[in-house]
Each structure stands twice: as C-alpha cells, then as structure tokens.
Ligand binder design. Structure first.
Ligand code: UDP
Ligand code: MN
Length: 544
C-alpha cells in the first residue's frame, strides 16, 4: 500500500517490510478492505473514497468510527489512499508562462505537527517533493510538537531518512503551533520560509509564484489560492479561481477569519487574472515569507499559546508596518479543514491570544473585540510587543480600515446601528429570530428588547447585518437571515433616513409589516407608518 512509485531519485528504493506493515491499531486491514470493497485506485488524481461503512466487516467499521472520533478526520480512509498521489493541474492559463526564473531564492519549508496521522503527514511531504523543482527547496524541517504517537518517532525518522533534505526537530514538551513554528524557523537557513500545516497537498507549480512575488518585494507575505482536502473522503475540492477566489477577512469580535469575495475595486485594479490579490487576512495554514521580513516583524508573538491568533497578528502587522499580504492565484495548495473539538480550555486560550493581538495592534478598535480588558482571562505582558510596534513606526489601525480593507465590518460601527423600530408599532422591532438547524430563519417583528437578535448594523456595503448574518430577501420577497456574501444583490439595502423606508436596492421594494404585525413583508413602497423604521445614527464608535 505504501509502495512508492515515482521516479524521484530520493525515492528509488522500496519501503522495507516493517514500514509497510506499520500501523496504528485503528488503521485498516488494507488487503481485506480492498478485496471486500472492490477498491481499484482510491484517491488517484485527487479523487476521494467515500466508504460505505455498512459494507465493512464489523471490526473494520469500528476502527473507522474510532479513527474519526480520535483525529477529527478519517485517518482510516487516508490509510487506504496512496501516500503519493497525483493531482490535476488546475493552474490558470496565464500561469504557465510566468515564474520561469531559475534564479529564485531557496526556500525552507517548515511543517509542524502534533499527533498528525502518519499517512496524512507523509502525503504532505510527498506532495511537496513531487510538485516543486528540487533546486528551490533547501530543506524541509519537520517540527514534532511533542506527539505521543510512537509511529511518529523512530519509524518516521527511518522513513524520511531517504529524503536528504528532510530533518526532524522534536519539542521536549508541547509548545503549541506558534512556538513550534518558530523553533523550525530558528533552525532554518533559506532566505524564504514557508510555514505549512501537516495536512496539505500541493498542486504542481505551487511554490514558484509564491517566491517570485517575494523576490520582487520582500515585505509581501504570500499565500496560495487554497483548496480543500475533504476530511472524510480525502477528495480534493477545487475552490474558486479568477473572480471567485475566496478572500479571508477578519471578523469582530473574535478576530477569526471568514471567507469573503474579491471587491469590485480590487477586481478592476488588477490587469490579469494571474495578478496577486490583496488579502486583508490569512488562514495561516500555508504562508510564504522572507526570512528578513519575518524577523523584522518580530516573528510570531511568542506569548501566543497553543493555537490561534498568530495568523491575525501577522496579517495586521505586515499591513500596518509597511508590507502587505497577497493571495497568489497561480499557486494552489489544498488544506484539510478539520473539525476542531472546542473545549473550555481551548476557547479560553484563543480568547487570551486574541486579546494580546487586539491590545497591541487595534488601538481604540480593541474595544470591539472579546476580552480586550482581560476581564475573561488575563492576557499577560505585552510590553515587548508594543515596543516592537513603536520601534517599527507602524501605522495606526485606522490605516487598515482606510487603506487595506475599507469594507471591514465592525458590529456597532455601521452608519446606522442598533434596534430597528417600527413607526406604527413603536415598541416593536425587527428581530432576526432564533436558529433552526442551519435553515434560514424568517425574520419577524417582535417586542423590542435590545438584545443581540435585534442589534443591527447598516454597513458601507449596504448590508443590514448582525455579526456574520445578513438580512436577505430570498427570491426578492421573503426576509431571512443568511451568511453575508458581500455580493450585494439580495443583501443590498437602502436605508432612506433615520426614520423612513428601508428598501431592497435591486427591486425598490420596501420592508413593511402586516397590519396585524404577524409578519414582515417586502412590498411596493407606500407612505404608511407600517413601512417606516427608525434607527440610531452612529457617529462614533461606542467608545469615547
Ligand atoms: N499544531 C501543533 N501543536 C499544537 C497545535 C497544532 O504542532 O499545539 C500543528 C498541527 O498539527 C497543524 C498546525 O499546527 O500542523 C495547525 O493546526 P490546525 O491544523 O489544527 O489548525 P487549523 O488549520 O485547523 O487552523
Ligand atoms: Mn490546518
């Protein structure tokens, strides 16, 4: 199963038997499953394997379930897919003639892992080896963040000993992803560093365009166009390209990223579809950065614990301190997004990390983030971080909102904000309603209570929104809450005045309420108070 077939000089030997037989107790009995399920070439060319568990022998089905439970992805399925597999060439047409410079700087790829499954980690390494010109890779540094899994100790060392460029560093105790990455970085020597999660697959030609852009401007951090590896079937899903490329943006109050679309302005500014796309934020799973720029920016904040916030910190500081962050459309990498088992402990660590970032970088806007005052959890000493910001003479956060991402949404900072009160029924407000298992919920009129389901913002993009959900005129008449898509259309509204009509721009219909106030409607505008709404104007942030 793990036999290596590529014609790669490093890989000419076949695997010794004991490595072929290596498995965790929950790995599949490969021969049995192949025979039983009639499997031919699962995973080839990025295809997936959706196992019909009911057809598996009982013991195997149990392993499958346990593997999903333990890893938050199906390592069982991953073990049935070759460690080395081809992916289709999905590069945009214009990419082939770009990035042909043979004198690009070398790269150190830094991959950290904590109990990653053997097959997933090795598939990541093979995909780098197979899809990158050897002269561009100086070294691949694996940092084991104190994994307990025995397979990742000697057997891993033996396996990678055939790749001359791969080295393994071991953390003595769990460092968390931020400090583990820095351990790898300290050890690395190439002028460009790539930080990559241990569950990625690279497409052909992924590295050259990332490095080309850095060679042009070393203070630009680059990231690929990300695609996904399905955490159950290991199918590669291609995401949007060209105009549909997905852009990570920050969300308040927790500064996590969410996906948005490219703004019209950005689309128009670019000359070719292969040109870099400015990105306000990053996911963090694949990042290329010049050694000197990363050092100048003070690397990651070493005070960030275990997981989370480092991608936000790096995004904000590269923008504020004179650099930038770009998605390079010619570079494609698939990352496995896996479920995170959130626990009270992990939530609190994230909240703590975010408070560090917002207190160092957000100026007065920190008031719109969680835990900015440390009231939920102490965020530690940040004085060396603020000193760094001062010494680099970075822009205030206002610069980010004006020049980097003017569409940044901050709840409570809309042009109009707060409850939307009906003029006929003055004690009634538009209420976004509760959730119903992921289904869009009908928006209704409800007595005003000023709680979160009634705290709206009318944004620059003319959305009427609460956090990530927008008022959406499904099919032009029904009013529901949907994830904000930033594409205007059925989420673009006009709020005529502080007391007046609220209408859908695409068809000019007004939001009103029925006479018995039982439902909200979108209908032809008239002058009745049933269609009049009052808002508060927001001149300043809620803070002074
Ligand atoms: N990781 C680590 N130590 C930790 C937590 C995470 O080495 O304490 C590694 C993990 O194995 C992965 C990377 O950090 O390679 C990013 O973590 P994860 O994929 O869970 O983050 P996500 O991509 O889901 O944000
Ligand atoms: Mn990841």
């Amino acid at each position: 199963m793990y036999r290596i077939t590529a014609d790669h000089s490093d890989l000419s030997q076949e695997l010794p038997d004991h490595l072929l037989r290596l498995h965790n107790p929950d790995d599949p009995n490969v021969k049995l499953v192949f025979a039983q399920m009639d499997l031919m070439h699962p995973g080839v060319n990025g295809t997936g394997l959706m196992l019909n568990v009911t057809k598996l022998p009982k013991e195997e089905a149990e392993k499958f379930r346990r593997s999903l439970e333990q890893r938050e992805y199906s390592s069982y399925t991953s073990s049935l897919i070759p460690l080395q597999r081809s992916l289709p060439d999905i590069r945009l047409k214009g990419c082939h003639s770009l990035n042909t410079d043979l004198n690009l700087p070398e790269t150190s790829v830094i991959i950290i892992f904590n109990n990653e499954h053997w097959s997933v980690l090795l598939r990541t390494i093979h995909s780098i080896m197979d899809n990158t010109p050897p002269h561009l890779i100086k070294e691949i540094i694996l940092v084991d963040d104190a994994s307990a899994d025995e397979v990742l100790k000697e057997p891993l060392e033996e396996y990678v000993s055939r790749f001359s460029k791969v080295q393994i560093l071991r953390a003595k105790s769990r460092q968390g992803l931020i400090r583990a990455r820095m351990m790898g970085f300290e050890q690395s020597t190439a002028p460009v560093a790539v930080f990559m999660d241990a569950h990625c697959e690279c497409f052909l030609g992924w590295l050259e365009p990332l490095v080309t852009r850095i060679a042009e401007n070393q203070s630009i951090i680059t990231t690929p166009n990300l695609h996904s590896v399905d955490s159950k079937s290991f199918q590669i899903h291609k995401w949007g390209q060209k105009k549909n490329i997905a852009i990570p943006v920050l969300t308040f109050p927790n500064l996590f990223f969410t996906w948005s679309s490219m703004s019209e302005e950005e689309w128009k500014k670019r000359k070719r579809e292969t040109d870099p796309v400015r990105s306000p934020a990053m996911v963090g799973c694949v990042i290329a950065v010049s050694r000197s720029w990363f050092k100048k920016l003070g690397m990651f904040d070493p005070g960030l614990e275990i997981w989370g916030g480092e991608n936000t910190e790096l995004s904000i500081k590269t923008w504020l301190c004179g650099g930038g962050l770009e998605i390079i459309p010619c570079s494609n990498v698939a990352h496995m997004y896996h479920r995170h088992r959130s626990s009270e402990e992990s939530d609190i660590i994230y909240t703590r990390n975010i408070a560090r970032v917002s207190n160092v970088w957000l100026d007065k806007y920190k008031h719109f983030t969680d835990n900015y005052d440390g009231s939920i959890v102490d965020y530690g000493d940040i004085s060396d971080r603020t000193a760094l910001r001062d010494s680099l003479k970075c822009h205030p956060f206002e610069f980010y909102l004006t020049h980097v991402y003017p569409d940044q949404f901050i709840p409570g900072r809309g042009n109009y904000t707060g409850p939307i009160r009906n003029v006929e029924f003055r004690s009634y407000c538009i209420d976004s309603g509760g959730r119903e298992n992921g289904h869009p919920v009908n928006v209704l009129l409800y007595s005003c209570h000023g709680q979160r389901h009634q705290l709206w913002d009318f944004t620059k993009r003319r959305e009427i929104r609460i956090k990530r959900k927008c008022l959406d005129s499904e099919y032009g008449d029904n009013l529901v809450m949907r994830k904000c898509h930033g594409q205007r259309g059925n989420q673009e509204w006009e709020v005529v005045s502080l007391e007046g009509h609220v209408l859908l721009r695409s068809n000019g219909n007004c939001v009103g309420v029925t006479k018995d106030k039982s439902a909200l409607v979108l209908e032809k505008c008239h002058s009745s108070p049933l269609q009049q709404w009052t808002w508060k104007q927001n001149m300043k942030p809620r803070i002074s």
